[in-house]
Design a protein around this ligand. Structure first.
Ligand code: 5GP
Ligand code: ZN
Length: 130
């Protein structure tokens, strides 16, 4: 059983912020920034490809509601919402989850950089669509 399934069945502790029949949200143990939260479906789905649309729709609604609440209550200035899928993308726990990372300023502990590369955009679009 994965670590998040253990949290869901309450066999290991977590600091739970929200819970309903399908979703649980708890503070990330790493606290990249103060209030860093994970929103997790109670059923074990490995990643975004694995989850059904209804559960995902509810999950993302909870992500939105909690993001607004956390930003307000923590006095944050922004929020990053992050979902890693696969080892190459940095997924370390193979149970789908969304990170809510409240942001206080550009040097608060979280960094996500987009490095620009020259690419043939049309060739990429054709590859994806055909
Ligand atoms: P990933 O890298 O898979 O997107 O994120 C997994 C996250 O789960 C990490 O940020 C990590 O700190 C968090 N995490 C791993 N184990 C535990 C745990 O036992 N409890 C809590 N609250 N968070 C955990
Ligand atoms: Zn699991």
């Amino acid at each position: 059983m994965c670590i998040f399934c253990k949290i869901i069945e309450k066999s290991i502790p977590a600091t739970i912020l929200y819970e309903d029949q399908t979703v649980i949200a708890f503070l990330d143990i790493s606290q990249t920034t103060r209030g860093h939260t994970l929103v997790v479906p109670k059923e074990h789905f490995a990643d975004i490809e694995d989850i059904d649309d209804n559960t995902l729709a509810h999950l993302i609604k909870v992500v939105k509601e909690l993001s607004v609440k956390i930003k307000t209550k923590m006095g944050a200035n922004g929020i990053n919402i992050l979902n890693n899928n696969g080892l190459a993308a940095g997924q370390t726990v193979e149970h789908l989850h969304f990170h809510i990372i409240p942001r206080y300023d550009e040097h608060d502990g979280f960094n996500c950089s987009f490095i620009a590369h020259q690419e043939d955009l049309l060739a990429i679009a054709n590859l994806i669509n055909n």
